[in-house]
Write a new protein. Structure first.
Length: 1154
């Protein structure tokens, strides 16, 4: 190098030194830079993070605000990062801070934290270490948030502060739990490096800090009120400060000085450790300081040259510093292990793991590592996830949510989440056949076991009989079996069937109560189950033999829910203990907790990726099946979803031209006409006791009546889109559809009526209400304008026009004909009678009757298709068919279907011929009713009158309203009309009293169940169900009665608890307040005279009928009377009426004449 060049280089060096010196002086003058004697302090309070230069203590800046419960703080100086923990928010966050400007907050750790108490930053490798006093774990995460690992999880009680020494590969932490201590370990989490270095003379160890120059540890005990110092081995422990401390909590070290915070005095103090001079008070905080650090580069000096983990050392994931040569180890994220034969490369994720359903979340717990740390999967909108399964081929998780009534799936990273089954039922337990690609589930509300393809298509009910509360389900795809448990107080059981639902076998029925989880050992053919009531885990062979207890009731089990098996171990969740435990599946020994105190644990499933799945015939091209393939013990079968049936090749599903629909108890099922025993059950959970069926082919709808709910309902042919269209029925045992006029007809044997309505339930009209004797089955001939029905009381079959007129006897002595069928083409009527049992046929005029079958014990349902007649028998449980002309060629269509209540044919080519009402409803605004001779008549809902145009309807002008518990009816006395009818209100629960406002046409009712007064418009502009009710008064404890002031627009009501009369304005729903109340008053029934402006009430306290003005003044007694049960005032004559026992009394409102 030339002399000139050396001179130039020296000048540059001198200039750089001058520039740096000037910069440092500038920063120090500004108060943002630490000098040797005046460092910058960084400290947290509950709500913020503050910074101050100790040379300018009056200048304290809150650089980070809005903390919920700020805790620990640390920094990464060379990246200008400040990081902190927030215990209430359960977060560790970071933010850029360059001494003058604060950046945006970044969430570094937001899951799996509960009480993050201490944090420490490894500035060599840019990682954050932290302690959690609630999860009792010590963890580490890279600053870039890519990888996170649990380091220690055992013997960690209440870990608090933590400090790291990257140069040595050590970390230190304090633990103020039951056994207070200070520990040291390698920063790699190696258990062999872990050591307790302080266990004596210690009570509440909190803050800890490092003197990096001298390899010393300073720490504080808040209870014993001292500072001590020692070396990295815990040796040479010396007293620093043992007097004058109140509640020392956190501390930091800088150039021979200690800085610490005191929780009791809210003071930040300092002390020179070399002189042990007097304690100096630096800052008196306005809120409790929590943690403190010296914000200075000298606290995070970087080594010159190479150092461990500088280039991540070929580690695939984490490079962690270690105290032993070579000074580092390659580590994997939590739950992930290194690949076999490698010290640097990790698997991409856990290979063996548990999935746990926890209602609103689903967690994964790796079994590859011994920490068993739960990881919450990033899923959305879980409401009540109960059970879970996993498809190892696609690595999708599936779960059943009983609240959202769905089965959903997603990938393990939360992507591609979607609902695959929306059956409308309540799926509880699920199981996957990964070989056949089928999904099974139980529904304890519908009492069914169903199946679908894994994408949710091809849904089919497999089992619906003799299920009471089906719970857990498990599959053995290679053997062709499924197993399930069934809760029942009287007959709990565990059963087995083939995967298609056939060959059902009862395995266990004794000494069971609440059989919950089921697990299978498919290698050794063992069945395991847990009982939530007997508190046992038991095992047996898959045929139910060799039953034995694996874990007894005295083994500290409270309520087993989920059960799963992997390898040599069983895993189960305990709902009450909030634990997940494991035992050896053969011995019941080696019990070990996997997770403790984890909330809402329900179903659990164990998996090992890459494990052989086995083989069955459905693996190859789905067994050739077009939809569902089911392996069975000795063969396999194809099956079809609802609405389809197998073709003659037994593999292809086709859409049949026609099929049978039957009802029995709480089931509606479909049966193939062409293929024997090819049947399916509709997945309708709302069914209670189906009494009658009807089909609307052009609308693809099935209608049914329910004798328990007293409703008429409908759904799509596949069982979806269930609707309640009519309520307040008696006993509807006959339904029929006028497909052209879009009307539904029904018989009601309880009310002795025949009624009609639109297919959506609107415009309900009573057609015949006199002269009927237990009407039962009904059929329609819309082309000819006639309806036919059977009467059990008169043992006859009758006919009338479809508007109810011209009723006439059609067939005498028909026995008790429970079922009718009409052959419109042949103009013949068929019926099934019980007394005597017989199937008969006759022309529509009733002549030339022919007996088709007499050897039918109890025929109850009847249908026609093509040239055959079909019937169901209550006694034999058979559905049979025969030639419809003479009853020959009898065939059995289905067996074991007892108590069939109705039978219909769904024929796709049927219902195609229109009548006069088929075009624009005949011009009628409400009902169009066909008549004989190619005629029709417009009709109105009951009590409406047909206007002179013979097309439109008007509402009644005079009527009487009456209330039942959950219904309101109307009575109109008029010639030619049924007197009573229900108003279609759907929101009534427990009606106490009603009122009507003729001005706005609002119905008001007092509801005891909701403790409110509600109203709904009944303007009669519509005759459909009215649902838009609003609350007028709420919060009523025990409402009793009410009266309406129509002119004054006020509503008065009485309350049993307050013994008062209150008022509310009905125009704006504002409270007027208490009108009347007295010491002895107990107002009950109310009435109001509109023109005289007088309020009348019965008073149980005064034992009288009273009157007063609308404001409660001018109170007087009308009559002395007790035990009044009803009260009314007649407006025109001003007469007050009341009922007592079996008498009705009256008095003039303006006199005392009774």
């Amino acid at each position: 190098m030339t002399k000139r060049r050396r001179i130039v280089q020296a000048d540059k060096i001198i200039q750089n030194v001058i520039n740096v010196f000037c910069l440092l002086m500038f920063l120090q003058l500004k108060g943002y830079y630490s000098s040797i004697s005046n460092p910058v302090l960084l400290y947290t309070t509950a709500s913020d993070i503050r910074v101050t230069n100790t040379s300018k203590l009056s200048k304290i800046n809150a650089i980070i605000k809005g903390l919920e419960q700020g805790s620990a703080v640390d920094f990464l100086y060379r990246k200008s990062l400040v990081c902190w923990s927030d215990q209430t928010a359960e977060l560790i966050q970071c933010m850029e801070y360059n001494n003058t400007h604060s950046g945006e907050k970044v969430r570094l750790v937001s899951k799996g934290l509960i009480t993050p108490t201490g944090i420490a930053i490894d500035w060599y490798t840019e990682k954050i270490y932290w302690t959690d006093g609630e999860t009792n774990r010590i963890e580490v995460i890279s600053i870039d948030q890519k990888y996170r690992k649990v380091l220690f999880w055992t013997d960690v009680d209440l870990a608090r502060a933590i400090a790291v020494v990257p140069k040595e590969g050590f970390m230190f932490w304090t633990d103020c739990g039951e056994i207070p201590k200070i520990e040291r370990a390698g920063m790699n989490g190696d258990p062999a490096t872990r050591k307790v270095i302080v266990k004596d003379d210690i009570f509440w160890p909190n803050g800890i800090t490092i003197d990096y120059n001298n390899n010393l540890i300073y720490w504080v005990d808040s209870k014993l009120q001292f500072f001590d110092v020692m070396d990295f081995n815990g040796n040479n422990r010396k007293k620093v400060v043992r007097e004058g401390l109140k509640y020392p909590y956190a501390l930091t070290f800088f150039n021979d000085r200690l800085f610490w915070i005191d929780w009791k005095t809210l003071v930040i103090n300092t002390l020179d450790v070399t002189t042990n001079g007097a304690i100096k008070e630096l800052i008196k905080s306005d809120s409790v300081p929590v943690d403190i650090k010296v914000f200075d580069n000298s606290r995070q000096l970087m080594p010159s040259g190479d150092y461990p983990c500088k280039t991540n050392e070929d580690c695939s994931h984490l490079c962690l510093l270690a105290p032993n040569p070579p000074g580092y180890v390659c580590a994997c994220p939590t739950g992930v292990k290194l690949k076999e034969g490698s010290n640097t490369t990790c698997y991409d994720g856990p290979q063996s793991f548990l999935l746990v359903a926890q209602r609103s979340v689903i967690s994964r717990i790796s079994l590859d590592t011994p920490d068993f740390t739960p990881f919450t999967l990033p899923l959305k909108d879980l409401k009540r996830a109960l059970t879970i399964d996993f498809d190892p081929k696609t690595e999708y998780i599936y779960w059943a949510d009983s609240l959202s009534k769905t089965i959903s799936r997603a990938r393990l990273d939360g992507s591609d989440q979607s609902a695959v089954v929306r059956s409308g039922g309540v799926p509880e337990s699920i199981a996957i056949d990964a070989l056949a690609r089928n999904l099974y589930w139980t529904d304890p509300v519908a009492d069914t076991i169903s199946v679908a393809r894994l994408d949710g298509s091809a849904t089919k009910v497999l089992i619906h009989d003799e299920l009471y509360n089906p719970r857990a389900i498990a599959l053995h795809p290679t053997a062709g079996w499924m197993f399930w448990s069934d809760w029942n107080e009287k007959k709990p059981k565990i059963e087995r069937a083939n995967l298609d639902g056939t060959n059902r076998i009862l395995l266990i029925s004794e000494k069971l109560t609440w059989p919950n989880g089921i697990a299978l050992d498919t290698v050794n053919n063992k069945l395991y189950w847990g009982d939530g009531r007997t508190h046992k885990i038991e095992v047996c062979d898959m045929d139910g033999s060799n039953r034995r207890e694996l874990l007894c009731s005295y083994s500290d089990i409270l309520h087993i829910f989920g059960l799963t098996l992997l390898g040599e171990h069983l895993y189960w969740t305990d709902m009450q203990r909030r634990t997940l435990d494991m035992i050896n599946k053969d011995t019941g020994l080696e019990r070990q907790p996997v997770v403790e105190q984890m909330a809402n644990m329900m179903g659990v499933k164990a998996f090992r990726l890459g494990e052989p799945l086995g083989h069955n015939p459905c693996v190859d091209n789905n067994g050739g099946c077009s939809y569902l393939c089911f392996n069975r013990p000795n063969d396999y079968v194809c099956s079809c979803p609802l609405g389809l049936e197998l073709a003659s090749d037994r593999k292809t599903c086709i859409e049949p031209e026609a099929f049978l629909i039957y009802s029995r108890k709480n089931v509606i099922g479909l049966i193939s006409i062409e293929n024997e025993n090819n049947d399916a059950v509709l997945p309708i959970r709302e069914l209670k006791e189906v009494s009658a069926l009807a089909v609307h082919v052009s609308g693809s709808k099935i209608y049914w009546s329910d004798s328990k709910t007293k409703t008429i309902n409908r759904c799509s042919v596949n069982g979806s889109d269930v609707e309640k269209i009519l309520e307040w029925m008696g006993l509807v045992e006959g339904l029929a559809i006028d497909w052209s006029g879009q009307n539904i007809y029904w018989t009601d044997s309880a009310t002795q009526r025949i009624e009609v309505a639109r297919l959506d339930g609107s415009s309900r009209r009573t057609l015949i209400w006199q002269g009927l004797k237990k009407p039962k089955s009904i059929v329609l001939d819309p082309r000819k304008g006639y309806m036919y029905w059977s009467e059990l009381g008169s043992r006859s079959i009758k006919r009338a026009a479809m508007d109810g007129s011209a009723a006439a006897l059609q067939v005498e002595a028909a026995g008790r004909a429970h079922a009718l069928a009409l052959d419109r083409a042949a103009r013949a009527l068929y019926w099934a009678a019980l007394d005597p049992p017989a199937l008969e046929r006759a022309p529509l005029d009733g002549s030339a009757r022919r007996l088709l079958a007499a050897d039918v014990p109890m025929p109850y349902a009847l249908a026609l298709y093509a040239d055959r007649v079909f019937w169901g028998d209550w006694n034999t449980g058979l559905i049979e068919s025969a030639t419809k002309l003479n009853g020959t060629d009898r065939k059995t269509i289905h067996t074991q279907l007892d108590y069939i209540s109705d039978l219909k044919v769904y024929h796709r080519a049927r219902d195609s011929l229109p009548n006069q009402c088929g075009v624009d409803n005949g011009g009628c605004t409400h009902l169009c009713l066909p008549l004989p001779n190619n005629d029709y008549r417009c009709a109105c809902p009951t009590h409406y009158r047909l206007n002179r145009d013979n097309l439109t309807c008007s509402e009644p002008e005079e009527f009487l309203l009456f209330a039942q518990k959950n219904a309101v009816g109307r009575i109109v006395v008029a010639n030619g009309e049924c007197n009573d009818a229900f108003i279609p209100l759907t929101s009534l629960k427990s009606v106490r009293a009603i009122e009507y406002d003729p001005v706005d046409r609002y119905l008001y009712w007092m509801d005891e169940e909701s403790h409110s007064i509600r109203r709904v418009p009944i303007s009669y502009s519509t005759t459909s169900a009215i649902t838009d009710s609003t609350t007028v008064v709420t919060g009523l404890s025990r409402p009793f009665h009410m009266a309406l002031d129509v002119l004054g627009r006020a509503l008065y009501w009485t309350c049993l608890d307050t013994d008062s009369i209150n008022a509310t304005s009905i125009d704006n729903n504002s409270s007027v307040g208490v009108i009347l109340r007295g010491d002895k008053m107990m107002p009950r029934h109310l009435a109001f005279h509109q023109t005289k402006r007088v309020l009348i009430w019965s008073d149980a306290g005064l034992g009288a009928i009273m009157r007063a003005s609308v404001d409660g003044t001018a109170r007087s007694e009308l009559a002395r009377v007790a035990n009044v049960t009803a009260l009314a005032v007649e407006q025109s004559s001003a007469t007050v009426y009341w009922a007592v026992a079996r008498q009705i009394h009256a008095i003039d409102l303006d006199s005392l004449g009774r």
